[in-house]
Design a binder for this molecule. Structure first.
Ligand code: GLP
Length: 243
């Protein structure tokens, strides 16, 4: 795992986007998996600017990391977020966008459908954010490292983060989501995990200085040379060393 220490949110977004951009520009038919949340809004701003400035995404296939269980057009869904922050703002569209349908009655069938698609489309790039409890996607603490795509129940801290991020009541906040498992996440050729803010400092410390254990989901990245963790000063504030 490589670590990249940056000053602030903007520089984190910039560095994360640079790695993504190189994948888009060097692969003939890039296949990428992207995520949502507060951490990635700056990344999408840069992506939209770049596409409207001529970055060619017409050969790019997009997958998503996860999707909340709930009606498709709710404010918190990955579907809504990716439209509002990316697809509705760009002049040209990607070749294909594959969303996970979290509105269906039979999540198992949806998981099977999406897993087949993922098998047919090895990813060149996976974008990640970090939960305050160390989760990636919705692989919460305790999820086995060999987990494949599954229906995950959120912990309380994750439910609270979702409430805050989308400014919604607890009743309205989803408590479960379909997520790529560690297996599908780690299959990507390049993985970028962006971390910003003081509220992530403890999770960052556990990720960087803690042991590799299922209680600390993101720690698995320590074993992956193709993973880059981009950490801003606030998130790095509890680390022993930042060089
Ligand atoms: C959420 C999502 C992830 C996201 C992460 C960090 O629960 N399931 O896809 O990357 O947690 O979110 P944020 O960037 O808002 O802190």
């Amino acid at each position: 795992m490589n670590t990249l220490f940056v000053k602030d949110y903007d520089e984190m977004s910039q560095k994360g986007f640079e790695i993504f951009r190189e994948v888009i520009e060097t692969k003939e038919n890039p296949i990428v998996s992207i995520n949502t949340g507060g951490t990635t809004r700056g990344f999408y701003k840069l992506l939209v600017e770049a596409v409207n400035d001529g970055l060619d995404i017409s050969n790019t296939t997009i997958f998503v990391l996860d999707e909340y269980i709930g009606p498709k057009n709710e404010v918190y869904t990955v579907y809504t977020y990716i439209h509002e922050n990316f697809l509705d703002l760009v002049d040209t569209q990607p070749k294909e966008v594959h969303f996970i349908d979290g509105s269906i009655d039979n999540p198992d069938a949806e998981i099977e459908r999406y897993k087949r698609l993922l098998d047919e489309h090895p990813r060149d790039f996976q974008l990640l954010g970090l939960g305050t409890n160390g989760h990636i996607g919705a692989n919460e603490p305790g999820t086995p490292f060999d987990a494949e795509m599954f229906l995950a129940q959120h912990t309380d801290s994750t439910i609270e983060s979702t409430m805050k991020e989308y400014d919604i009541s607890r009743e309205k906040t989803p408590t479960a989501m379909i997520t790529l498992g560690f297996k599908e996440i780690l299959e990507a050729e390049k993985i970028v995990l962006m971390i910003s803010g003081e509220h992530k400092a403890e999770a960052t410390k556990t990720l960087i200085e803690g042991e590799v254990t299922e209680n600390n989901p993101a720690s698995i990245l320590q074993q992956y040379e193709n993973a880059t963790v981009i950490i801003d000063e606030e998130a790095a504030s509890m680390l022993e060393k930042t060089q």
